[in-house]
Design a protein around this ligand. Sequence first.
Ligand SMILES: *Cc1c(COP(=O)(O)O)cnc(C)c1O
Length: 406
Amino acid sequence: MLHANNVKEALSSGFFGSYGGQYIPDALKNRLDSLTEAFVSAMADESFHSEYVRILEEYVGRPTALTECFNISRELGGARLFLKREDLAHGGAHKINNCVGQILLAKRMGAKRIIAETGAGMHGTASAMAAAMFGMECTIYMGELDIARQEPNVERMRALGTNVVSVTAGQRTLKEAVDAALTAYVEQPDTFYLLGSAVGPHPYPSMVREFQSIIGKEAKAQLLKREGKLPDYAIACVGGGSNAIGLFSGFLDDESVKLIGVEPSGKSLKLGDHAASLTLGKPGVLHGFMSYVLTDDNGEAALVHSISAGLDYPSVGPEHAFLKDSGRVQYELASDTEALEAFRALCHKEGIIPALESSHALAHAMKILPGLDKDKIVLVNLSGRGDKDFHSIPAEYKTPIRIDRD
Ligand SMILES: *Cc1c(COP(=O)(O)O)cnc(C)c1O
């Protein structure tokens, strides 16, 4: 399968197979056409690329480390586990890679202000950091309920000089924040909409993929240098799908590498208890693009749940929908409890506190490790660090281990 052709195709048509596109009002279409044009021209400009790479090195702290987890591998008795350490990127997650890329593009287009949506506050925080560094004014739209639930990130954004706007419509969470940010974007011509995942209307899924592809490129080069071979498995959690597509893009054309995306099955497989859009949803349109969507009996976007706020979205990036149908990527599930157990294992065994989102990918890796030969390599994208999650982790997962000495 020649994946590179599909990526080129998506840039010109806006579609990955039948997924993606622009299901949007005309006023927005004009704005996104100029955005597409600017992105294509930036991609062909060597000076844009070298500035992006310079900032990734000097500000974001790239390349991030590749870490072998000797203790977990030994204990589970199977394959070797490696982590791509996006938790070590500036801000504590992969999100900054995309924010730096899009703000460079915003500057190139002459935009004066950045607007963005945020749910848990991680994308809002990364946007606020990058905007401050580039001297751009920044407004973040956030649901009133999320503002109450995510106080530390709201404080971080405000400290970074960003204006956080409380959205009081509907459920007062991410969906309404996206609607409010899109409205502001259409009304204000000097703004740039910084979208946080590989979702939304064209060209966002292609753009976010491009700016996150550094994850897969680095991981591949690091493994080849250290081990002289490719991983047997590459695994990432899937919310909107940006950290996963960033990792997978490095290996899509290497057919020997099995790619696995892990969705949150939350509390149960009942609608409302999970956010497994690819596994349990159906093709449909939400927020301006065609992909798998979780809908209720009225055909509206369903309420979703995951213990990790960053995976809590009723749809998924269109390229993942395409990769699922084509069979190139396999999508699996991990529950809240499995993620918490993986969280605890990484804390206790390796001295790394993972984000609950990333713990879903880790949970699946820990399921398959024991059944694989010792020379196999399983690569997990550790998308972020877990300090932000302590308030949602039950006490029994934050206690010392009892040490049995026999
Ligand atoms: C936001 C976030 C995610 C989920 O977003 P994707 O676009 O699916 O990558 C995963 N991990 C962390 C740490 C996040 O902050």
